[in-house]
Design a protein around this ligand. Structure first.
Ligand code: PBG
Length: 331
């Protein structure tokens, strides 16, 4: 063997990694990572009314659903073995302070009740954020062009309590205000919801990958953008700080969002902390796959399986994904 020859290593021919790749049985025996529907959460968009089931243009295969239809969809999701659903609401009306977001008969609490009375043990997670409910589309209360941090916390606390009272198992704040995890935990505990878990969007980046969601949820900011509260895509260390703060404030699960462009962050968070880690395979990631698949440019099933596997391999315990139903059917 010639030293320095890149084609030969000291271990070959004794070591032959291909031995363990020869058959599917062998490959399965030594496979390091798996994805199961029980690790997935499927997003649903709730609208007012009855009997509404309208496909969302920017998210092919996903629908705007009224509470009765959400319950039917959730039942199908449960049958597929998927862990749970996360609910986003499109209210009948919006105002400056997003008051429909914490109304007891709002679209989301109504949907939570409908799901809980239809499904046996499907997990119901609710997104806690004002942006779908405010007329200006920002995630907090506005003063001029400034999103006010502390006045927003009380409203998020109220929203979480309303969701918990309707029967949500988990509330998931996605607003990125400082201190909101602690404020929501206190609000829940004060109302006796000590068992409702908190999944925080801990490292949520100001990302272009949310575009199709904002069209679906009608939640794009009317003026400005979210860079004053969501994280700078250039930062990794800061994610660890955000995660640490959220855990100190009481987060039970911490999330990194988006997933694919931030797998290094998922890995860093996984190694730094010991609570479960979630990753959100967001709307833009999904829409790109769907668009290419519709043109016949990619093999959708293989792309989706590889995508979800890579997010798990990076260290995520839980994945929020619009592919959940397709994946569960294929697996
Ligand atoms: C609400 C929220 C957003 C998403 C989840 N919760 C949009 C945003 O922050 O602009 C994005 C989800 C997706 O793109 O799939 N704040």
């Amino acid at each position: 063997m010639r030293a320095g020859d890149p084609a030969t290593t000291l271990s070959y021919p004794l070591e032959r990694p291909r031995r363990l790749r020869r058959t599917e049985r062998l490959r399965a025996l030594v496979r390091e990572t798996a994805v199961a529907p029980s690790q997935l959460i499927y997003p649903l968009f709730v609208v007012p009314g009855e009997g509404v089931r309208r496909e969302i243009e920017t998210l092919p295969g996903c629908f705007h659903l009224s509470a009765d239809e959400v319950a039917r969809e959730a039942h199908a999701v449960e049958q597929l073995g998927i862990a749970g659903v996360i609910l986003f609401g499109l209210p009948a009306g919006k105002d400056e302070r997003g008051s429909q977001g914490y109304a007891e008969d709002g679209v989301v609490p109504n949907a939570v009740r409908a799901i809980r009375s239809t499904c046996r043990d499907l997990l119901v997670v609710t997104d806690v954020c004002l942006c779908e409910y405010t007329s200006h589309g920002h995630c907090g209360v506005l003063a001029g062009s400034e999103v006010l941090n502390d006045p927003t916390l009380a409203l998020l606390g109220r929203m979480a309590v309303v969701h918990a009272s309707a029967g949500a198992h988990v509330v998931a704040p996605s607003d990125m205000m400082d201190g909101r995890v602690g404020a929501i935990r206190r609000a829940l505990d004060d109302e006796g919801h000590t068992d409702v878990a908190l999944l925080s969007y801990a490292a949520k980046y100001a990302s272009a990958f949310y575009g199709p969601f904002r069209a679906a949820a009608d939640s794009a900011p009317q003026v400005g953008d979210r860079r004053g509260y969501q994280m700078d895509p250039a930062n990794r260390r800061e994610a660890l700080r955000e995660v640490r703060l959220d855990i100190e404030e009481g987060a039970d699960i911490v999330m990194v969002k988006p997933a694919l462009p931030y797998l290094d962050v998922v890995r860093a968070v996984r190694e730094a902390i010991d609570v479960p880690v979630a990753a959100y395979n967001v709307s833009g990631e999904y829409a790109m796959v769907k668009a290419a698949a519709q043109r016949g440019w990619i093999d959708e099933e293989r792309i989706v399986k590889e995508t979800l596997l890579s997010i798990r391999r990076a260290g995520a315990d839980v994945i929020l994904t619009y592919h959940a139903k397709d994946f569960a059917r294929w697996s």
